[in-house]
Write a protein that binds this ligand. Structure first.
Ligand SMILES: NC(=O)c1ccc[n+]([C@@H]2O[C@H](COP(=O)([O-])OP(=O)(O)OC[C@H]3O[C@@H](n4cnc5c(N)ncnc54)[C@H](O)[C@@H]3O)[C@@H](O)[C@H]2O)c1
Length: 256
């Protein structure tokens, strides 16, 4: 699917990988809904992109809020062709600590945003995409790109909740692609390694250097634009479907 004049919903579009994807897609002529939390910089990002972008504040884990955000997108731009799921949170805690067992509500929160939030937006966006007229000769109606993490495969100490949430995103990629195949909707997932975004900005410089040193090549953190370039390629390359692609410079995370 070409990006010119199609409508994309980008969750987590107010920051980091989602923001970079919004900018890439806007530069290619797509119309955008930045779906992010009300307090996020999503409104500023949408404003900076001009008349072809709106901010649709919502929590991805809320059925009602996400439904309202998709409805607002359809009201403004007519439909949804693309959903990019970048909204996510990272919380590190070991399964047991000196203070006691991992709080269950923290585990639930990470699963709720990263996994349930991703599926929530997938199901709502796909229901709209299914109504589209095909936009390619092969009958393509929509493309969905999710964001997992290399932590889905090599989760580190303290990443039980995060790895479980991202493993779930990897696991749903093929069955959802199969579910939606008869409607001409493709589904892929990107599993980033370590990327330079506000999510990692809180880390002290020595930790960031150590992270970069662990990447075989190139020995640096990933750039948001590199994620955005892959998201764009997935949208444009019709043969990519049902697959999770690692984007990590051959990084394999050690235990800690
Ligand atoms: N940065 C990395 O190294 C890295 C590595 C692997 C995976 N990821 C994943 O990539 C995605 C984007 O991460 P990032 O680094 O750009 O982080 P980020 O913190 O810069 O951006 C995440 C965005 O998601 C939004 N968000 C959080 N909870 C939300 C909710 N409940 N509803 C709606 N929006 C919500 C935030 O407001 C923020 O704008 C996340 O899913 C993250 O787990 C990041």
């Amino acid at each position: 699917m070409k990006l010119k004049d199609v409508v994309a919903v980008i969750t987590g579009g107010g920051s980091g990988l989602g923001e970079a994807t919004a900018r890439e897609f806007a530069s290619a002529g797509a119309k955008l809904a930045i779906l992010d939390l009300p307090a996020s910089p999503g409104a500023k990002v949408a404003e900076s992109l001009g008349a072809n972008a709106i901010f649709t504040p919502a929590d991805v884990a809320s059925a009602d809020q996400a439904e309202a955000a998709i409805a607002e997108t359809v009201k403004k731009f007519g439909t949804v062709h693309i959903a990019i799921n970048c909204a996510g949170i990272g919380r590190a805690m070991r399964t047991i600590t000196k203070e006691g067992p991992h709080p269950l509500d923290l585990f639930s929160k990470v699963i709720s945003v990263n996994l349930i939030g991703t599926f929530n937006v997938i199901r709502l966006a796909a229901a709209q995409m299914a109504k589209n007229q095909p936009v390619t000769a092969d009958g393509e109606r929509g493309v969905i790109v999710n964001t997992a993490s290399v932590a889905a495969f090599d989760g580190q100490i303290g990443q039980a909740a995060y790895s479980a949430s991202k493993g779930g995103v990897v696991a749903l990629t093929l069955p959802v692609a199969r579910d939606l195949s008869s409607m001409g909707i493709r589904v892929c997932t990107i599993a980033p390694g370590t990327f330079e975004t506000p999510m990692l900005a809180g880390l002290p410089e020595p930790n960031r250097k150590a992270l970069a040193a662990g990447i075989p090549f190139p020995q640096r953190l990933g750039r948001s634009a590199e994620y955005a370039a892959l998201a764009r390629h997935i949208v444009e390359n019709e043969m990519l479907n049902g697959e999770t692609i690692r984007l990590d410079g051959a990084l394999r995370m050690p235990p800690r």
